[in-house]
Design a protein around this ligand. Structure first.
Ligand code: ATP
Ligand code: MG
Length: 356
């Protein structure tokens, strides 16, 4: 029996509702496999925990989580708890504490998914965006000088270390090679005359070790246009923290929106656990009504399966999501249907069984 220890943080709002469906799917995969088993440990951390205990997670939270191979997270954040607390004291604490410097966002248009583009072939959108997740424009460096005075100046400094830039670019080349796909670097060297010149240089340097991987480079403004006009140009994409943040939201809109968008925060060295989450938030406006779309959480579960080395199971889960969408009968309201979160989860499970 192959057993995997997974920490589950359902979190706030619709987090627990969608995570329950992801767990259900994972348990069915384990049952279908016969030799695979998950040991889930639940952590009640998040904003409700904060309102009782004055902190988002236990003080030794990271130690507790480090006992697991991976973390499966719903969403954190709720009205009344400021973002700088919910975000910094849980999500970013985990991402930074566990050096999850790779943010993996699949942008794949599944059969039956609502696409915001009119003219696109179904095979046309299938990319994997790799976003630098630990430094760059979001390093938090800068200064606020002469506050409130006429000569006021605000500086926001991007931090691109050689170590940080090389490792994300090397990871991307490795991924492109493994998948047999091309690699595109997205930067902006014509305007960001230090950071992005350096980024391009490292992309070229590391690329010499991967002569078998076809590459291209785009400026971020041109890339945004081509994401919409010719998304089939892109296969594996590597980009900085800020550009990746923006481009992946654009990408999510192309392939079905927030209810379908999954993301993984990876520590490739596996020194620490990696974290899998739907990218949507806690959606307080629909929380507690059982109508949240669980497909993003289910898709993250598929990424978790890939990460654990069960790519064939990961693919089955995606196929099952695709079946639910092409059938077009069991949709939550965000996708134009009337089904509940649980009904969509059940439909995915049924599709999984039918695939066997
Ligand atoms: P955060 O600050 O945590 O990102 P947010 O309010 O910016 O939260 P979300 O919570 O992601 O963003 O929600 C944005 C909108 O999308 C909300 O109106 C919400 O109802 C909708 N939404 C988000 N996720 C889902 C989902 N899984 N199913 C249905 N609707 C969703
Ligand atoms: Mg948001």
């Amino acid at each position: 029996m192959n057993s995997h220890r997974i920490a589950v943080i359902p979190g706030d709002g619709i987090g627990p509702e969608v995570i329950a469906q992801g767990i259900k799917v994972l348990n069915h995969i384990a049952a279908l496999d016969g030799k695979l088993q998950f040991e889930f440990t639940y952590y009640p951390w998040g904003c409700e925990f904060y309102s009782k205990h004055g902190r988002m997670m236990d003080d030794d939270g990271l130690d507790q989580l480090s006992q697991h191979e991976a973390i499966y997270l719903g969403a954190v954040g709720y009205p009344g708890v400021p973002d700088h607390i919910s975000l910094w004291e849980l999500l970013l604490k985990i991402r930074k504490g566990f050096d999850q410097y790779v943010n993996l966002r699949p942008i794949t248009l599944l059969e039956g998914a609502p696409c915001s583009l009119k003219e696109v072939t179904r095979e046309g959108i299938d990319m994997l965006v790799i976003r630098e997740n630990s430094e760059g424009e979001y390093a938090g460096a800068g200064d606020w000088l002469f506050k409130g005075k006429p000569e006021e100046v605000v500086l926001q400094t991007g931090v691109f270390s050689r170590m940080g830039t090389e490792r994300i670019i090397r990871y991307s080349y490795e991924t492109a090679r493994r998948l047999g796909r091309s690699l595109t670097s997205i930067s902006k060297a014509n305007a960001l005359n230090y950071s992005m010149v350096f980024w391009d240089q490292v992309f070229e340097e590391v690329g010499r070790e991967y002569p078998d991987v076809p590459t291209s480079s785009y400026l971020v403004d041109a890339a945004s246009m081509f994401f919409v006009r010719e998304p089939e140009r892109f296969e594996v994409v590597v980009t900085s923290n800020l550009f990746g943040d923006i481009l992946t939201d654009l990408g999510a809109a192309l392939v079905g929106g927030l209810g379908l968008a999954a993301g993984a925060n990876i520590n490739p060295e596996r020194k620490y656990p990696s974290m899998f989450e739907p990218i949507h938030g806690s959606a307080p406006d629909i929380a507690g009504r059982g109508i949240a779309n669980p497909l993003a959480a289910v898709w993250s579960a598929s990424q978790l399966l890939d990460f654990l080395g069960y790519e064939h199971h990961g693919r089955s889960v995606l196929k099952a999501i695709e079946t639910v969408m092409t059938d077009g009968k069991v949709f939550t309201p965000d996708m134009g249907g009337r089904a509940s979160t649980e009904q969509v989860g059940n439909a995915v499970v049924e599709a999984l069984h039918a695939l066997q």
